[in-house]
Design a protein around this ligand. Structure first.
Ligand SMILES: Cc1ncc(COP(=O)(O)O)c(C=O)c1O
Length: 400
């Protein structure tokens, strides 16, 4: 019998982290690698936020804090929900964790019993299914299609709900596709949920502020206020404020659920980093004016990547509404062969050969539950993106 737990055997390591590590290894060997694998902005945390962190250190704010966040940060989070989403929460309805990832994990740990089902639209963020499995639950997937721009339909949601469904895990704009649900599209889904009062909504709004053109972000409890009492709205500072390393995420929802999440956190990691919490107060309360110009830049990069990918025969690439990812579909390339004689039978082989032959690192679609495709993170310079897409074009053209 293995020394390691049976639960762990059901879980796989994060494939996105694996791609980043492989790209780093190849770079260390002197290869010319362009990594389009990372899910983080390529600019520094804004100066006012960095300064708030430095101030916190110098003022000795370096001790344990309340397990699920300092009151100042909880206040800032309540103000943010009111300002951005029209949602009223009190500090007792708010929890702060070490990244949105920990908040999601704690929420699942705090609520799932054996065989409880969690509905996850695919393509999904790589960690969702494994978190559900770690917590003893059962992930139930709904496959979104290319035809609906990677968004699920109300009919699909209705068909996936069973007596055992505990959560509907929703993510818009999405990692990995960048797809964002409009108000009407989301309302159609919340209408389904209104017919099933035992199903709760776990919404991951991490990419709220990364929305382009005229797309308007909305979140389930805002679109359907009657869901407020059974929704946990998760968000964080990692993406919009370029604070991935600071590790602060948060959520708001019904008080008993928040208390349960606190209990999990109190017996595992305790409070998130005190210094980071003060920096997050500044992120949420300070000037937000850098977000709009950043989004103009991200939208330009998105357009650059989409147009270069659309020039490739065999590749289909919808224009995403937000986040910093595109998810080209490669059905037209499956079955082809590389000049070295490797047959591209699936998207993992495609991504491996692309990296071997051109040094461009992307994440294969199977990791996100919808194939054949791959994910590009365009949070890197225009010059790198142009070079990477040129190499992808050449690689695809070389397939026969
Ligand atoms: C959809 C989604 N949710 C949550 C997270 C976790 O964010 P954090 O860095 O705050 O843990 C990520 C990070 O990649 C993400 O893409």
């Amino acid at each position: 019998m293995s020394f390691l737990s049976e639960t762990l055997a059901r879980v796989k390591p994060s494939p996105t982290i694996a791609v980043s590590n492989l790209a780093m290894e190849l770079k260390a060997q002197g290869r010319d690698v362009i990594s389009l694998g990372a899910g983080e902005p390529d600019f520094d945390t804004p100066e006012n936020i960095r300064e708030a962190g430095i101030r916190a250190i110098n003022e000795g704010k370096t001790r344990y804090t309340a397990v699920d966040g300092i009151p100042e940060l909880k206040q800032a989070i309540c103000a943010k929900f009111q300002r951005d989403n029209g949602l009223d929460y009190t500090p007792k309805q708010v929890t702060v964790g070490t990244g949105g990832k920990q908040v999601l994990y704690n929420a699942l740990m705090a609520t799932l019993n054996h065989n409880d089902e969690v509905i996850i639209p695919a393509p999904y963020w790589v960690s969702y299914p494994d978190m559900v499995l770690l917590a003893g639950g059962v992930p139930v997937f709904i496959e979104a299609s290319l035809e609906t721009n990677f968004k699920i339909t109300p009919e699909q949601l209705e068909a996936a709900i069973t007596r055992n469904t505990k959560w509907f895990l929703f993510n818009s704009p999405s990692n990995p596709t960048g797809a964002g649900y409009t108000h009407d599209e989301l309302k159609a889904l919340t209408d389904v949920l209104m017919r099933h009062p035992h199903v709760w909504v776990l919404t991951d709004d991490m990419y709220e502020h990364l929305a382009y053109d005229d797309f308007e972000f909305c979140t389930p409890a805002q679109v359907e206020p009657a869901l407020y009492d059974r929704t946990l709205t998760v968000n964080g500072v990692s993406k919009a404020y370029a604070m991935t390393g600071w590790r602060i995420g948060y959520a708001a929802g019904p008080e008993p659920l928040i208390a349960a999440i606190r209990k999990v956190q109190s017996q595992s990691t305790s409070n998130p980093c005190s210094v980071s919490q003060w920096a997050a107060v500044e992120a949420l309360n300070g000037p937000q004016d850098f977000i709009a110009p950043n989004n103009v830049m991200f939208a330009r990069r998105r357009d650059l990547v989409v147009s270069m990918l659309r020039d490739i025969d065999g590749v289909t690439c919808p224009v995403p509404e937000g986040a910093f990812y595109v998810y080209p579909f490669i059905s037209g390339l499956i079955g082809k062969t590389t000049p070295k004689g490797v047959k591209i039978t699936n998207d993992e082989i495609f991504a491996t050969e692309l990296l071997n032959e051109t040094g461009v690192a992307v994440v294969f679609g199977a990791a996100f539950g919808l194939s054949p495709a791959f994910r590009i993170s365009y949070a890197t310079s225009d010059a790198q993106l142009t070079e990477a897409c040129t190499r992808i074009q050449a690689f695809c053209a070389s397939l026969t």
